[in-house]
Design a protein around this ligand. Structure first.
Ligand code: ATP
Ligand code: RIB
Length: 310
């Protein structure tokens, strides 16, 4: 029987301009890069695409400008089967991001201008209140205004949705918001900003995860790049190693893939620890492809991971 449960994502869509080069230019310097690609990004949209590509029903709440980038967003979501719940902003254009990928390591540095997504407001959330209430899992990040995110988390909590917050880009958060979060999914940098604990090792992540629970979230999952992820549900702590990947091409969107895949696995009623393992596998695969939304794996890719690795 088809699963009628739904994931609701609030966040930004932006167009990613990605430059691949052997290193990043220093301020004031010009370097010759290796390649350029233009494609769909924005953490929220990437997470929505990740869940949908794995087979979940997904709705995406955002604001877009009235422009060519917005058309690209609608085409993407149509192709991926993501339901758009969009307000058209007449003041700001659809956002964009400039991404540098280091071709040696596959790692990146990103500047994002969220554009219209910065005008998402609590009234938009009220407009889509019934859609949120009809969902099972709610996900947000921090590329959209905090007041709207808090309102959406409150509605989700009142309606018993499972709430996931990916606190990216890194921002300090107080107990008011963290106590509305069932699963907080920061990377090492975000965990450090939230806790004041430098996260350089698994042991550091263990200490930071305890602090995150003290700060009010129900459970924390700190993503640790090639080291995998650390899960703390307030009772026990588990380390979930990442599968070994032969060649990392581009980690852009790996964190988004992790969040979208975790939500998908939770929607399938997997126990949280198994959902983290599933998310680690999906995110590892995403690092083998260029791009953000374009790098999200299908469910067959994840199921075939063992063949994939060999
Ligand atoms: P990004 O900003 O590059 O999208 P992030 O900093 O938000 O990523 P990471 O912790 O780097 O998040 O990666 C998220 C997840 O992706 C990790 O928990 C891991 O499961 C997977 N991953 C990332 N890098 C690798 C790698 N080199 N090998 C295997 N898995 C990886
Ligand atoms: O997490 C990766 C994403 O961050 C990119 O797609 C970029 O648009 C920024 O939002």
């Amino acid at each position: 029987m088809a699963n009628s449960k739904r994931i609701i994502v609030l966040g930004a869509y932006v167009s990613d301009a990605t430059f691949r080069a052997e290193r990043m230019p220093k301020l004031g310097e010009t370097i010759i890069g290796q390649s350029f690609k233009f494609g769909p990004g924005g953490k929220g949209s990437n997470q929505a695409v990740a869940s949908a590509r794995l087979g979940s029903n997904v709705s995406f709440i955002s604001r877009l400008g009235d422009d060519a980038f917005a058309k690209m967003a609608y085409e993407l979501w149509k192709e991926e089967g993501v339901e758009p719940l969009i307000v058209t902003d007449l003041e700001k254009g659809t956002g964009s991001a400039c991404i540098y990928v280091d071709t040696h390591k596959g790692s990146n540095a990103i500047t994002i201008v969220p554009g219209a997504a910065l005008n998402i407001c609590a009234a938009d959330i009220e407009q889509f209140k019934y859609s949120i209430q009809s969902g099972s899992i709610f996900i947000a990040q921090l590329e959209t205004p905090l007041d709207a995110t808090i309102r959406a988390l409150e509605i989700s909590r009142q309606s018993s949705l499972t709430t996931i917050l990916n606190p990216a880009p890194a921002v300090k958060l107080d107990r008011q918001i963290l106590s509305l979060v069932d699963y907080l999914i920061p990377n090492e940098i975000e965990a450090e900003l939230l806790t004041g604990i430098e996260v350089k090792s698994i042991e550091d992540a263990r200490v930071a995860s305890v602090r995150l629970i003290d700060l009010g979230c129900h459970a924390s999952i700190i993503t640790l790049g090639e080291k995998g992820a650390l899960f703390n549900n307030g009772q026990s702590i588990s380390i979930i190693p990442a599968p070994q990947i032969r060649e990392v091409i581009d980690t852009t969107g790996a964190g988004d893939c992790f969040c979208g895949a975790f939500a998908h696995a939770m929607l399938q009623n997997l126990p949280p620890l198994e959902a983290v393992q599933f998310a680690c596998n999906a995110a590892a695969i995403s690092t083998t492809q260029q791009g953000a939304a374009n790098s999200m794996p299908s469910i067959d890719d994840v199921n075939n991971l063992i063949n994939f690795e060999n």
